[in-house]
Write a protein that binds this ligand. Structure first.
Ligand code: 17E
Ligand code: FE2
Length: 416
C-alpha cells in the first residue's frame, strides 16, 4: 500500500508512506504536493496519525443503560447498584452482541487498540470469560486487553480474591482493583498490595480504579505508586480515575507528585464520565472531580484520556468518539493554551499506547505495523477544532474503515 500527500504529526511537510507485508517500509518527505499514482491513496494533505487507543472502557456493561432501571442520582455508587441488578441477566450471547456492536462503533471512530474492564464480582465470571474469548477470536482484527476488575471489591466481595485468581488463570491480561470501594481503609490498602503481588505472580499488567471518589481522604494512590516503585513495576501499572486528587490539598499533592514521578506509573482520566459522576455530593461551589491532568503532564508523568462508558448504568451517552473525550478533557482541565492544542492528540494516541505497554508496535515509523488513521485536519490543533470524523482506518496495510467526508450540499448563503 502506498499513501501520498499525507501530513504527519509535528511535521509541516507532506509525506509519502509505503506499507509492505503489513509493516511501514518507507516514509519519505515530499517537496510539494504530487499527483496520486494509480492504486495509491491520496491523503490530500490530511493528518495521518497512529490509530486512536481506547485505554479504559467497560465493554461488559456497554449498551445496558436503563436495564432494568435507570441511574437516577447520577452517582458512581448508584451506578454500581443498578449494574448489580443487570448482572444476573448476563449471558454469553447478550455480552457478545453488545461488545461486538460497541467495538464496531469504536473502529468506525478510528480505534484499533482497546483495554476493557470485565467485572469479576460474579461467581460465573461470564463477562470475563466472554471478553477473553472474544479477544482471542478477534486478535487479527483488533487489539484487546482484558482487565479482571473486582467491581464490588477484591477483599470485600465474597471469594473476591479467589475469583481474581481464577480470572488470571483463565487469561486476563491485567489485574484490577477498587480500593476506595472496599469496606475499610485497611482493606483498601491491603488490596493494593495484593494487586501488585498478583501482577508479579502471574506476570500481568495492573490497572486500578483508584480513588474514584470526591473524598480528599481517599489516598490509595500513594500505596499503589509506592508498591509499584518498590517492586520496579511502574511502567506496567496504571491508576485510572484518581478523581480524589482533584480534592487533595496542594501541600499533599506536592509531596505526592514526587512519588508519582519516581514510580513511573501511568494515569487514565475519563473526562466525560468524571464530570458527570463526581461532585454529586456538593451543592455550590461544585467540584469538577477530574484528576490533575495538566499538572501530571507538566510533571512529565504519562497521562491519557478514555471514555469509560458507552450507554451503561454509569453514563447514558457516549459514542466511541475519543475526539469528544479529548475536547471535554481539555476544557475541564483548563488545558486550552496553544502548547496544549499543538500536542493534544498525544492524550488519545501515544500516551495511551504507552499506558497499554504497546509502544514497541505502535506509531508511524518504518518497521512498525502499518496501522494508521486519516483525520479531518492538518495538525492536532485543526483536527481538535473541527471535531470531524475519522476518514480512514488502515490495519497492517488493509483498509478496515473508510468514510466519505461530510460536506455541505447547498450553495453559499451569506456571500452569495
Ligand atoms: N465501575 C466503576 O467503578 N467506575 C466506573 N466509572 C464505571 C464502572 C463505568
Ligand atoms: Fe472505569
Amino acid at each position: 500500500m502506498k499513501i501520498v500527500n499525507a501530513r504527519l504529526r509535528q511535521k509541516p511537510q507532506l509525506h509519502t508512506l509505503e506499507i509492505t507485508a503489513g509493516l511501514f517500509s518507507q516514509i519519505s518527505e515530499q517537496s510539494s504536493s504530487i499527483e496520486c499514482p494509480e492504486g495509491a491513496i491520496d491523503a490530500g494533505g490530511m493528518l495521518l496519525c497512529a490509530p486512536f487507543v481506547e485505554p479504559h472502557i467497560h465493554l461488559d456493561a456497554a449498551l445496558t443503560a436503563g436495564e432494568p432501571n435507570w441511574n437516577q442520582s447520577g452517582t458512581l455508587f448508584e451506578g454500581i447498584e443498578r449494574w448489580s441488578e443487570r448482572k444476573p441477566m448476563l449471558n454469553e450471547a447478550d455480552i457478545r452482541r453488545r461488545v461486538l456492536e460497541t467495538i464496531e462503533l469504536l473502529v468506525q471512530n478510528g480505534v484499533q487498540h482497546i483495554r476493557t474492564h470485565a467485572d469479576i464480582s460474579d461467581p460465573s465470571l461470564v463477562g470475563l470469560k466472554t471478553l477473553c474469548t472474544l479477544r482471542d477470536e478477534l486478535k487479527d482484527k483488533i487489539d484487546l486487553q482484558v482487565v479482571a476488575f473486582p467491581q464490588d471489591g477484591l477483599l470485600s466481595f465474597p471469594n473476591g480474591l479467589q475469583l481474581m485468581e481464577e480470572a488470571l488463570e483463565f487469561g486476563a491480561d491485567v489485574v484490577g482493583g477498587i480500593p476506595h470501594f472496599e469496606y475499610t481503609r485497611d482493606l483498601g490498602v491491603e488490596s493494593m498490595k495484593t494487586v501488585i503481588e498478583l501482577a508479579k505472580k502471574y506476570d500481568r499488567l495492573v490497572d486500578v480504579h483508584c480513588d474514584e471518589i470526591d473524598d480528599p481522604n481517599s489516598r490509595f494512590l500513594e500505596v499503589l505508586a509506592c508498591e509499584a516503585l518498590f517492586n520496579e513495576l511502574g511502567s506496567r501499572v496504571t491508576a485510572s480515575h484518581t478523581t480524589a486528587m482533584h480534592s487533595y490539598d496542594n501541600a499533599y499533592c506536592s509531596k505526592l507528585f514526587r512519588l508519582l514521578k519516581n514510580s513511573g506509573i501511568n494515569f487514565i482520566s475519563c473526562p466525560t464520565e468524571s464530570i458527570h459522576l463526581q461532585g454529586r455530593f456538593d451543592t455550590y461551589p461544585k467540584r469538577r472531580g477530574l484528576t490533575r491532568v495538566k499538572e501530571l503532564r507538566e510533571a512529565g508523568i504519562n497521562v491519557c484520556f478514555a471514555e469509560d462508558s458507552i450507554f451503561d448504568p454509569w453514563y447514558s451517552l457516549g459514542n466511541g468518539k475519543l475526539l469528544r473525550s479529548l475536547d471535554f478533557g481539555l476544557h475541564i482541565c483548563q488545558m486550552m493554551g496553544y502548547r496544549d492544542f499543538e500536542s493534544a492528540l498525544d492524550l488519545i494516541t501515544d500516551n495511551s499506547a504507552r499506558t497499554l505497554n504497546i509502544q514497541d508496535r505502535y506509531g508511524i515509523e518504518t518497521g512498525k505495523p502499518g496501522n494508521f488513521i486519516l483525520l479531518d485536519g492538518e495538525d492536532d490543533y485543526s483536527v481538535l477544532r473541527k471535531q470531524g470524523d475519522v476518514l480512514l482506518s488502515v490495519r497492517l496495510g488493509e483498509v478496515i474503515m473508510q468514510r466519505e467526508p461530510a460536506r455541505v450540499t447547498s450553495a453559499r448563503y451569506i456571500q452569495d
